[in-house]
Write a protein that binds this ligand. Structure first.
Ligand SMILES: [Zn+2]
Ligand SMILES: [Zn+2]
Length: 162
């Protein structure tokens, strides 16, 4: 169990690392930007709403628009990655530049990272490249997560109410 001091030291170190990340991207460090990046560090694959609610807890004066603005600036600067699963709002994450893919539960929308399918980016070869030079591949594997499989099995086992 980490002590209170260790915890705050870790938080401080993380804060400094995130600050450095923002600066390295050529952006000015602001309280909102730092809060958004901290929220993303805690909630990978979060949507703007989730990030806003996490930021709002520490910065009650923040607005949804401000959070959207920061997410846009971070995505453009390349410090976060935006993924847009079909039928879901855009999700943001800090794991960038490794061309990893995602497993998404079609039931509860839980998202898991999957490393490259084979070797390095683009790690998949399309059957026809149409003359393109392919740089990345973005694959979404849809399925049912272990937790939902269990719940669904339990439901199936229950006798019908009629
Ligand atoms: Zn699920
Ligand atoms: Zn991811």
């Amino acid at each position: 169990m980490p002590t209170k001091t260790q915890e705050s030291l870790t938080a401080l170190a993380t804060g400094n690392a995130l600050r450095g990340e923002i600066q390295a991207a050529g952006l000015k460090v602001t309280t909102t930007r730092l809060a958004v990046l901290t929220a993303l560090a805690r909630n990978p694959h979060a949507d703007a709403d989730t990030i806003f609610r996490a930021v709002e807890r520490h910065l009650p004066s923040t607005s949804v628009q401000a959070v959207y603005g920061v997410l846009g600036a971070f995505t453009e600067a390349g410090i976060i990655r935006r993924i847009e699963p079909a039928g879901s709002s855009a999700l943001y994450e800090r794991r960038i530049g490794d061309n990893h893919h995602h497993l998404i539960c079609s039931n509860c929308r839980r998202v898991s990272d999957v490393d490259c399918v084979t070797g390095e980016a683009p790690c998949l070869t399309p059957s026809n490249q149409h003359g393109f030079s392919i740089q990345t591949a973005e694959v979404t594997f849809w399925g049912v997560c272990p937790q939902c499989q269990t719940t669904q099995c339990q439901k199936a086992d229950q006798p019908s109410p009629h």
